[in-house]
Design a protein around this ligand. Structure first.
Ligand code: ATP
Ligand code: MG
Length: 367
């Protein structure tokens, strides 16, 4: 899978720009606020019909323009594809693949997959469990439709149960419905744990490898999937996971009613990250945090490749800063397989780039 060419018209700070890319490494450098992230954002949009950072499509249209156009030429499954997206102010967007209107975002994802790393992803290491759960959930929803269905049902049941607990002070009769909700939450929760455990096992293996290589074989990264305490082995059959979840649920029933909060279930799961045996969140340096977050993204890319048969496009926004020369060299030259895009502010490291293409961007133009 690769992007051969991209044309942007009226997209963010790009007036009109056509680019052709290298099949492996593409480095985009320029000063702050010149359009580096905007370029990656356009590629993410082509792959899923959504911006990773804008809340509304209209934000993507140039300030003084009425419409924006993104045109990509891609090569996937041994075939060429041409995806075109037009965004309008106050009107629905138009999207097509090889001239056929794209009915939904899935029609775009069918042609292009991207894994995007941005400085916000450092939250994966620095912040609480919610950021890491979101990472697991987003990836699994793309890879396993059954997981996406189970997660949506879990969220619906969870919201409903939260309302029952909240309103039970005024309407105690609501508590009579709680056992049914708990039972179904445990059934669906067992499905989530089943998928998450397998995903985390694969992620841990690939991420450890990437981190070890990037750090010059000096650091060991470990990932540990943490779920409900009564689930001693998350690889057990789903009936046994269900039984363990029910046991935990029952032991927390009174506490849930007293606190009016959902205290039991895999909505509190985490993926613990350790570097050289210590909590990355508490003890990692800036460069180590960046390396660990990058390793998670590279591992996710490997899992996508195993599932789809092709590497997704890797988009690395501002990943080189805070990394020492050895780690920068790894990012530039040793991310094996697949097409990679890297943005950075300086070009002084780029003479170490062995193969690829360098773009200098200023004011939404390639110089
Ligand atoms: P940094 O190194 O600081 O991350 P960058 O090169 O990644 O910089 P971008 O995020 O791509 O910068 O943004 C480039 C410029 O695009 C910014 O000055 C921003 O204000 C401008 N911009 C954002 N949205 C629009 C828009 N809708 N129309 C025109 N310009 C926009
Ligand atoms: Mg940027």
């Amino acid at each position: 899978m690769r992007i051969d060419a991209l044309t942007l018209e009226g997209f963010r700070n790009y007036d009109r720009q056509a680019l052709t890319f290298h099949h492996s490494c593409n480095v985009i450098y320029g000063e702050n606020a010149q359009g580096k992230t905007n370029l990656l954002e356009a590629m993410v949009y082509l792959s899923c019909g959504k911006s990773p950072r804008a809340r509304a499509d209209r934000e993507l249209i140039g300030f003084d323009r009425d419409k924006a156009r993104i045109l990509g030429q891609m090569f996937t499954r041994d075939r060429e594809f041409r995806t075109e997206v037009e965004l309008f102010r106050g009107r629905r967007r138009k999207a097509s693949v090889n001239g056929v209107p794209a009915k939904n975002n899935a029609a775009l994802s069918d042609v292009l997959h991207t894994v995007f790393f941005s400085p916000e992803d450092l939250m994966l290491i620095r912040e609480g469990a919610a950021a890491r759960r979101r990472f697991m959930d987003l990836s699994l929803c793309q890879l396993r439709p059954r997981y996406g269905e189970a997660l949506a049902e879990y969220h619906r049941l969870y919201e409903h149960k939260t309302r029952i607990l909240r309103d039970s002070g005024d309407y105690p009769q609501l508590l009579a419905t709680l056992p049914d909700f708990n039972r179904r939450l445990c059934q669906v929760g067992a499905v989530l744990i089943h998928y998450r455990a397998r995903y985390c096992r694969a992620l841990a293996e690939y991420a450890a490898q990437a981190h070890y290589e990037c750090s010059g074989q000096r650091e060991e990264l470990e990932l540990r999937y943490q779920t409900v305490s009564t689930v001693h082995d998350p690889f057990l059959p789903q009936e046994q996971l269900f039984a363990a979840l029910m046991e935990h649920q029952q032991s927390h029933e009174q506490a849930e009613i007293a606190s009016r909060l959902c205290l039991s279930g895999p909505h509190k799961d985490d993926l613990e990250v350790l570097v050289n045996g210590r909590s990355a969140r508490q003890f990692c340096s800036q460069g180590q945090v960046r390396t660990a977050a990058l390793a998670l993204k590279l591992a996710d890319r490997e899992i996508h490749k195993n599932t789809m048969g092709e590497y997704p496009i890797m988009l690395l926004d501002d990943v080189l800063s805070e990394l020492d020369p050895r780690r920068q060299e790894y990012v530039l030259n040793r991310i094996a397989g697949g097409q990679v895009f890297i943005t950075c502010c300086e070009n002084d490291r780029l003479d170490t780039l062995l193969s690829g293409k360098v773009f200098h961007i200023r004011g939404g133009e390639v110089l």
